[in-house]
Ligand binder design. Structure first.
Ligand SMILES: [Zn+2]
Length: 285
């Protein structure tokens, strides 16, 4: 069942685990997310970038909800950008939206996040916002990363004035593949934020951070971990390996998109199942 994200996160906070939030890179990843939720009885949060066809995601979500009625899934707009995009996601049937104004100043972040909260809450949809800024592991310098960590003195005020349901915090992880610096989590800051705030906390940039760091972050108070790059790499590697192994056959047969897609889906699924184990969410739906 497509479920408001806050329900999944509250249960995770109570149960001491985190809900995996896999990004989709293709609409066929949606089927895999429903399958894994059904097979492992794990709650999952589907992370949908604004660049996907949000209306198509909404329709397909309803279709897979019928096929897997026991799957507990939140469909979340990841890093929601323009106002119109966020409203489109709400209209399309998403059960949560993230508004990301983490690159703006504090007051703009509060004002624009609060505006989305007012609209989304009116129709029962969860809102995630970001305070501090989780940057890019292959673009930022280490100094930039550390300068953008969440300011704990602003956190309570941000939550009170916006009314957000959950908060993405910048505690050292970064998006993408780590190139310019090593993965790192400021566990002291995370612990302080978790003690200070009663709402669930979200970790972006989970890929490449290491299972041990991530499971420690879950114990320190994270209830949702976004995983994108590791799934993208796994799926691409799975498809590449399949193509290399099947090239001689392909030249006779000319083409086999279903075969390549199947290999991609299997590798994506295997990586997602791995993270369900790391975050302890199996059997919690
Ligand atoms: Zn992110």
């Amino acid at each position: 069942m497509i479920t408001p994200m806050i329900e999944l996160l509250r249960a995770a906070k109570e149960g001491g685990y985190a809900v995996p939030a896999p990004n989709i890179f293709s609409l066929c990843n949606m089927e895999t997310i429903f399958e894994v939720a059904h097979e492992l009885k794990t709650p999952l949060i589907m992370g949908v970038p604004g660049s996907r066809d949000l209306e198509a995601v909404g329709y397909l979500g309803k279709f897979y909800e019928k096929r897997y009625p026991d799957a507990k899934i939140a469909i979340n707009l990841d890093h929601g950008g323009p106002f119109e995009q966020i409203i489109t996601a709400i209209h399309a049937g998403f059960s949560s939206v993230m508004i990301d104004r983490s690159s703006e100043d504090f007051e703009t972040n509060i004002r624009e996040s609060a505006e989305i909260v007012k609209i989304a809450h009116a129709v029962g949809i969860t809102v995630e916002a970001e305070l501090g800024h989780v940057g890019k592991a292959d673009e930022d310098t280490d100094d930039e990363r550390m300068a953008n960590l969440t300011n704990k003195d602003q956190a309570q005020e941000f939550v009170d004035r916006t009314g957000v349901d959950c908060l993405a915090v910048a505690v050292g992880t970064s998006h993408g593949a780590y190139k310019n610096f090593n993965p790192y989590i400021d566990f002291q800051l995370l612990g302080e934020l978790s003690e200070l705030l009663t709402i669930p906390l979200v970790l972006h940039g989970g890929s490449g951070t290491g299972d041990e760091n991530l499971s420690k972050a879950v114990k320190a108070g994270i209830q949702k971990v976004n995983i994108a790059t590791d799934l993208n790499y796994a799926g691409t590697d799975g498809m590449t390996a399949w193509l290399e192994a099947n090239k001689p056959g392909l030249s006779k047969k000319r083409s086999d998109i279903p075969g390549a897609e199947k290999a991609m889906k299997a590798a994506y699924k295997e990586m997602l199942i791995h993270y369900v184990g790391v975050f302890g969410s199996e059997g919690k739906a």
